[in-house]
Write a protein that binds this ligand. Structure first.
Ligand SMILES: [Fe+2]
Ligand SMILES: [Fe+2]
Length: 320
């Protein structure tokens, strides 16, 4: 069964005080608000199975000095690349929430308004939990991350004030990237989750699951507020370039602090991690480029089976 909509999506919300899953949240979709969402009336075909409730969870992870320094398979490059990613989440996700919330009053569709609420609550939790990881990195002596984040926060705030539509488009674009990476983590646990220290594995798997659940919210808001194809395309190009550079700089800094920056083995391992067989970024081209299609919608990629499996694993962790 197919449906066509830019708001027909994961808009049911379930609030959970801790790790409880489901909570009677029902899968549902809507075609309300369709008109005007896409340029020239081109609404995409979205599989019905793609609609998922946004479940708000409030997990508590044991992120302390017990976590090994190189928590990803004992590998300095892989660990610091993921540390770099984690270190931008506290401010980055707060920016996502603000860039979407600033348009909340312009959204008439009640389902999308509820989805914005769920998206904001989930991202707020991500921001909090990754902030705890950030504190751990600071304790480990990576002090420049704090000052870099201070600069980043100011730049993001300036962007929000000066370019609100570009901020929203950037959020939607970055949500496309996080959805792709979430799919990567959830679809190959043996390669990405299992080599992690169990405490970090819980953090990343939970975050990946929720990114998959709310992946279309910012996009749907963008399609209502500024559906222009040019803005959408440029925002992904600019942000991908920016994120790639930012990750390399942060990773390089932490490797330098550890005294392994100039080791050939560090970069050989880094190349394998990013681009080798089953590499982190390898083979992402088709998913990445789908964004540039005129009729793209995040829910065209059905993450339903990954979401269901992720929820089942979280439920097991809660029960144990
Ligand atoms: Fe997030
Ligand atoms: Fe997100």
């Amino acid at each position: 069964m197919m449906r066509a909509s830019c708001v027909a999506r994961s808009s049911a919300i379930s609030a959970s005080p801790e790790w409880r899953l489901g909570n009677g949240a029902e899968r549902r979709g809507t075609t309300k608000g369709l008109r005007g969402c896409y340029p020239r009336g081109r609404a995409p075909e979205v599989p019905m199975a793609a609609a998922h409730p946004i479940v708000v969870r409030r997990p508590v992870f044991e992120l302390d000095e017990q976590v090994p320094h190189y928590w990803f398979d004992g590998d300095p490059f892989a660990t610091h690349y993921l540390n770099a990613l984690s270190s931008v989440f506290p401010d980055g996700e707060a920016f996502f929430v603000r860039s979407v919330q600033q348009y909340r009053d312009r959204i008439e569709d009640p389902e999308l308004r509820k989805a914005i609420q769920g998206f904001s609550a989930q991202e707020g939790q991500h921001s909090r939990q990754h902030d705890r990881h950030l504190k751990l990195l600071q304790q480990q002596g990576y002090s420049a991350i704090e000052s870099t984040n201070d600069v980043m926060r100011k730049v993001l705030e300036w962007n929000l004030r000066r370019f609100p539509r570009l901020s929203l488009a950037s959020t939607a674009a970055l949500e496309h990237l996080t959805a792709i990476l979430a799919r990567r983590l959830l679809s190959d646990r043996e390669r990405w989750i299992e080599p992690m220290d169990p405490r970090m594995a819980q953090l990343w798997e939970w975050h990946a699951l929720e990114e998959a659940e709310h992946k279309a919210v910012a996009f749907d808001v963008l399609m209502q507020v500024a559906p222009g194809l040019g803005l959408r395309r440029w925002s992904l190009t600019l942000n991908t370039f920016g994120v790639f550079i930012e990750m390399l700089v942060r990773t390089g800094y932490m490797l330098w602090k550890d005294g392994v920056f100039f080791r050939r083995s560090t970069w050989a391992s880094g190349w394998r991690f990013l681009f080798g067989e089953r590499g982190f970024l390898r083979g992402l081209g088709p998913d990445f480029r789908s964004w540039y299609r005129r009729d793209f919608h995040p829910d065209q990629q059905d993450d339903g089976p990954l979401i269901e499996a992720g929820r089942a694993r979280l439920a097991m962790q809660l029960a144990s």
